[in-house]
Design a protein around this ligand. Structure first.
Ligand SMILES: Nc1ncnc2c1ncn2[C@@H]1O[C@H](COP(=O)(O)OP(=O)(O)OP(=O)(O)O)[C@@H](O)[C@H]1O
Length: 297
């Protein structure tokens, strides 16, 4: 279980994360998404004790990372696959990481085999493909057999077979009661992998939904833009609709169809700027909820 509480992180004049709160429960895979510069990596780095919060906190099984007695056994990190020494062999990297984390090196051969690198253990990291480096980074994350896994863009560079492999690995980990937090821009892939998503933009929480809630919220919905969204939302709600305001001031309307919305607008003399029946799915929801949001400044 990971808990992010009122987390704010500033880098000088840049506010990367602002008053962010969300939980990552055990037993499911949680996707962590947001536009470039939204603050995802910063949040993950704070969770992993690599950055200090400006205010607020991130807890791993109820305590801050720095207070964990055996961090590698509780939380495994899959971070930037380039942040490794290119001159080391894959096996040496795992040995080094195991020693640094204070965990046994006995599982290294098994791990190399599990991530599909059994044949590449003696190769220099600099000579490995991006996908192979990702697999190595994943092996590092699993070294201490942690209950919690945090993965930053682990799908990058993986081939289709690798993506399916990682998906199965993460789903099985969650099914065994593990906690998984995975960031990715590959939303179609993530949709297949995650049971819930936390969406942030400009350092703030935009949505925290299960996939089922996301589907229910978007299927059959209509995107509506008017000059006075607040008042029209009230009108639509009186007509039995459920209305969610989007980040860009657009309304997401459920419960009545676009034809009925158009008729209500006409009857109330409301000028519609946009009236669009929405397709469901994570990618469409992401674009809709983050439309018009600026990166953190
Ligand atoms: N060490 C740092 N020093 C200064 N600014 C930073 C630092 N790390 C991150 N930032 C800034 O904080 C903001 C959030 O960056 P972050 O890398 O957390 O976003 P992200 O959601 O992971 O983005 P992406 O999807 O592009 O990887 C950006 O404006 C970034 O430039």
């Amino acid at each position: 279980m990971i808990t992010v509480e009122n987390l704010t992180k500033r880098f000088g004049a840049v506010t990367a994360v602002q008053e962010l709160s969300f939980d990552v429960p055990a037993g499911v895979v949680t996707g962590f998404i947001g536009p470039n510069g939204a603050g995802k990596s910063t949040t993950l780095r704070v969770i992993l004790g690599l950055d200090r919060p400006t205010s607020g906190r991130a807890l791993v099984n109820g305590v801050e990372y720095a207070r964990l007695t055996a961090p590698a056994r509780e939380i495994g990190a899959v971070l930037d696959p380039h942040a490794v020494h290119p001159g080391r062999t894959a096996r040496d990297q795992l040995r080094w990481a195991a020693t640094a984390a204070g965990v046994s090196t006995a599982r290294i051969a098994t791990l190399l085999d599990q991530v599909g690198l059994a044949h590449a253990g003696s190769r220099k990291i600099g000579a490995l493909s991006l996908g192979m480096r990702q697999r190595l980074a994943i092996a590092v994350g699993f070294l201490g057999e942690p209950g919690i896994l945090v993965l930053d863009e682990p799908l990058n560079g993986l081939d289709p077979e690798g993506i399916v492999w990682l998906r199965t690995l993460l789903k099985n980990h969650a099914a065994r009661g593990g906690t998984v937090l995975i960031s990715s821009h590959l939303l179609n892939e993530l949709e297949e992998t995650a049971d819930r998503v936390v969406l942030i933009a400009a350092g703030r929480l935009v949505a925290n939904l299960t996939m089922a809630e996301l589907t229910a919220r978007t299927s059959g919905a209509t995107r509506v833009v008017t000059d006075d969204g607040v008042r029209f939302a009230e009108t639509l709600e009186r007509a039995g609709a459920t209305v969610h305001p989007g980040a860009d001031g657009a309304l997401q309307v459920n419960g009545i169809d676009s034809r009925a919305i158009g008729r209500i607008a006409f009857e109330h003399g409301v000028a519609l700027v946009e009236l669009t029946p929405m397709r469901g799915g994570l990618e469409q929801t992401f674009l809709r909820l983050t439309n018009g949001m600026e990166p953190a400044t």
